[in-house]
Design a binder for this molecule. Structure first.
Ligand SMILES: [Fe+2]
Ligand SMILES: [Fe+2]
Length: 273
C-alpha cells in the first residue's frame, strides 16, 4: 500500500494547492491513503472546522497537527468528536483531542496514525518516547501499518525517535520546520524515515510568511503581522510504500508539486475516489 504525508499546510495558498492537486495526484501515484499536517491551515496558524471540512472534501483521509493545534478554539469540538484527527500523544490527557487515529485505506487496510511533539527548542511537553510506547501498547495488535508524524524542531530529536521506533512502526516522518530534508531512507528494521517532509504553501517566504515582515521584526524587534505569503506555492510531501501484511516500509520518496503541475493535475480527467 502507498501512503502520502503532506507537510504543514499554510493558509489559503496551501489549502488551494491541496484542493487542486490531490485527486489527480492520488490517481497518478496510485495512493491509498492521504495524511496531512494541517496545523497552519487557518491563515498560517491553527485549523478551523471549515478548514477541516475543506481538507476532507479535497480528499485528505486523516489530519495531524502540532504546536499550533489549539490556536483556534472552535476546533476543540472536531478534535473531540472526529476519529481521523489527532493531537500530539505526548500532550497532557486534559488537552482536547485523541492520541491516535485508526483509518481505513482505499485498499481496505487499517492504518494507525500517531503524532508526537519534539522537546528540543520547543515548549516543554511530556516524554514522546514514553507516550508512543503507551499508545503502541494499547493499539489493536492486528493493525500492522502505523505512521508517526514527529512534529519537532531539531533533527536530532527526530532521528532519535526514528531509531527508537525502527521496526515497530511503518514510518516516522517529520513536520514543523516547513523545510524538506534530503535524508529519506529505510532504517534497518524496516521503518521509513525522514526528518521533514516540507511545507505545503508559499515558498517565496520565510516558513510561509511574508519575508519582508519577518526580517523587519527580526531586525527591529517591532511586532508586525506575519501575513501568509503568496508566491511560489508548492505541495510538499513524502510517499511511503508499505507491505500491508507486515507493516514494513519498502520505499520512500519525496514529492514536490508546483502550482503549474497542480493546475495540470486538476485539469486531467482523473475522477476523485
Ligand atoms: Fe509546528
Ligand atoms: Fe507548521
Amino acid at each position: 500500500m502507498r501512503i502520502l504525508l503532506i507537510g504543514d499546510i499554510v493558509g489559503k495558498p496551501g489549502r488551494r494547492i491541496v484542493r487542486q492537486a490531490i485527486s489527480g495526484l492520488v490517481e497518478r501515484e496510485r495512493i491509498d491513503l492521504v495524511i496531512a499536517n494541517a496545523e497552519n491551515s487557518a491563515a498560517g496558524s491553527g485549523i478551523t472546522p471549515a478548514n477541516y471540512e475543506e481538507l476532507m472534501a479535497a480528499g485528505i483521509d486523516a489530519i495531524t497537527l502540532g504546536d499550533h493545534i489549539y490556536r483556534r478554539r472552535e476546533i476543540y469540538r472536531i478534535l473531540e468528536t472526529k476519529d481521523n484527527i489527532v493531537k500530539p500523544a505526548n500532550y497532557p490527557p486534559e488537552a482536547p483531542g485523541k492520541e491516535f487515529a485508526v483509518v481505513t485505506s482505499a485498499g481496505g487496510d487499517k492504518v494507525a496514525i500517531i503524532s508526537l511533539i519534539g522537546r528540543v527548542f520547543m515548549k516543554p511537553a511530556d516524554c514522546p518516547f514514553a507516550a508512543v510506547d503507551r499508545v503502541l501498547r494499547n493499539l489493536d495488535k492486528t493493525i500492522k501499518v502505523i505512521v508517526v508524524d514527529v512534529h519537532a524542531e531539531a533533527t536530532s530529536d527526530k532521528q532519535a525517535l526514528g531509531r527508537y521506533l525502527d521496526g515497530r512502526v511503518s514510518a516516522v516522518l517529520g513536520t514543523h520546520t516547513h523545510v524538506p530534508t534530503a535524508d529519506e531512507c529505510l532504517l534497518p528494521g524496516g521503518t521509513a524515515f525522514q526528518c521533514d517532509v516540507g511545507m505545503t504553501g508559499p515558498y517565496d517566504s520565510i516558513l510561509g510568511r511574508r519575508a519582508d515582515r519577518v526580517i523587519e521584526t527580526t531586525r527591529t524587534f517591532m511586532p508586525l503581522a506575519f501575513d501568509v505569503a503568496s508566491n511560489d506555492v508548492r505541495l510538499g510531501g513524502t510517499i511511503v510504500d508499505i507491505d500491508a501484511a507486515t507493516g514494513k516500509a519498502t520505499d520512500i520518496r519525496r514529492i514536490c508539486v508546483t502550482e503549474e503541475q497542480a493546475t495540470a493535475l486538476s485539469q486531467s480527467d482523473s475522477a476523485p475516489r
